[in-house]
Design a protein around this ligand. Structure first.
Ligand SMILES: Cc1cc2nc3c(=O)[nH]c(=O)nc-3n(C[C@H](O)[C@H](O)[C@H](O)COP(=O)(O)OP(=O)(O)OC[C@H]3O[C@@H](n4cnc5c(N)ncnc54)[C@H](O)[C@@H]3O)c2cc1C
Length: 323
């Protein structure tokens, strides 16, 4: 029986949280298509990660252990995954649409001669075939894509699938792959997050735009984010102005997010901003201009001044939480 294969992502010695979502998607597809669900872990010191995928219904765990991967190399990683695909012949290959997934999977698709649906936000099985839904043209349209070549390959946008635990007995297999010499390696990753919750991993995001007027007013955004356990996001206008770090930017040239709740404060809703947040489950907009485009996509809108609304909202939520 062929399989749905997940390419697991390990970063800074951790199995990234997005893997749980991709394992869940693989399990769902495997059940619908009568396939098995497997994953490949590429790196060094992999034994400690071998049990986690089985909690999400992954039955076969392939390990490609090579000390060379202490430093990430997109080309060597992609060549290794491509060889695993040649060995195991999966019907479907999935990975998270993270920075690493978006870098590696097009290379893998090229090497195995197949096609990739990038940044998928939904999928379904129709007449035995998978239909992947992905935003195109900066989110202006959502396209349904069927892949004709084999294996069918896709990256899934973080937060697009809710992780569901389904513990199974997994078989662990060490694969023998001749890992090629890397052409390029990542020497250092510098993050500006300072340990804060990243927008791509958050369930709730409170984002601020130029309507916040000045960086010293960001305590209002951070105050609401804190009571909600949310991450802080920003529009490009405020990032370009140097008010907020680029790591918080949401949109076409920033990060793509799919939280359950996105609260846009003083953000007009330019198409390039919407491109990064339109797949949020619920969108709340606070803007003093009733004609601001953000209201066209908002599930709930507050026409008002952020300097009045934000303190009240934060206070009310604090009260509700203490009751
Ligand atoms: C190639 C390209 C890529 C881009 N990529 C991105 C991207 O990744 N992300 C992104 O965000 N943008 C991106 N942009 C920029 C985008 O076009 C907009 O310029 C930007 O999103 C506007 O940011 P903003 O909504 O914060 O500011 P503005 O458009 O200035 O909107 C401010 C809003 O605040 C409201 N407001 C003002 N005062 C208050 C108040 N007191 N209370 C409540 N509301 C108030 C106003 O009514 C207005 O709607 C890109 C542009 C280009 C050309």
């Amino acid at each position: 029986m062929s399989m749905v294969l997940v390419v697991s992502e390990i970063r800074e010695g951790q199995l990234k949280k997005v893997n749980q979502e991709v394992y869940t998607a693989a399990r769902q597809l495997a059940d619908s298509l009568n396939l098995s669900a497997a994953t490949v872990l590429v790196g060094s010191g992999l034994d400690s990660f071998a049990e986690a995928p089985a909690q999400f219904g992954i039955e076969a765990i392939y390990l490609v252990e090579d000390a060379q991967f202490e430093k990430f190399s997109p080309d060597a990683f992609a060549a290794t995954v491509a060889e695993v695909i040649q060995q195991k012949s999966p019907s479907v290959v999935l990975m998270g649409a993270t920075a690493m997934g978006k870098d590696v999977m097009p290379r893998v698709a090229q090497k195995v001669g197949s096609t990739l649906a990038q940044d998928v936000i939904r999928f379904r099985v129709e007449n035995g075939d998978i239909v992947f839904t992905r935003p195109m043209f900066a989110g202006k349209i959502w396209a349904d894509v069927k892949i004709q070549s084999s294996p069918k390959m896709a990256t899934l946008r973080p937060k697009a699938v809710r992780p569901e635990e389904k513990a199974v007995q997994a078989k662990v297999e060490n694969l023998s792959i001749s890992v090629p010499k890397p052409l390029a390696v990542v020497e250092e990753v510098r993050t500006s997050g300072g340990g804060k919750l990243d927008v791509t991993e958050a369930d709730i995001i409170v984002a601020g735009g130029r309507g916040m007027k000045a960086p010293e007013n960001w305590h209002l955004i951070e105050g609401l984010a804190e009571v909600l356990g949310a991450a802080v996001g920003a529009s490009r206008a405020v990032v370009d102005a140097g008010w907020r770090p680029h790591g918080e930017q949401v949109g076409q040239t920033g990060k793509t997010v799919s939280p359950t709740l996105y609260i846009a404060c003083g953000i007009s809703g330019a198409i390039q901003h919407l491109a990064g947040m339109l797949s949020s489950k619920y969108i709340v907009a606070i803007n003093k201009d009733p004609d601001a485009p953000i209201f066209k996509v908002a599930d709930y809108g507050i026409v008002g001044d952020v300097f009045e609304v934000l303190p009240k909202l934060t206070e009310e939520i604090k009260k509700l939480k203490s009751e």
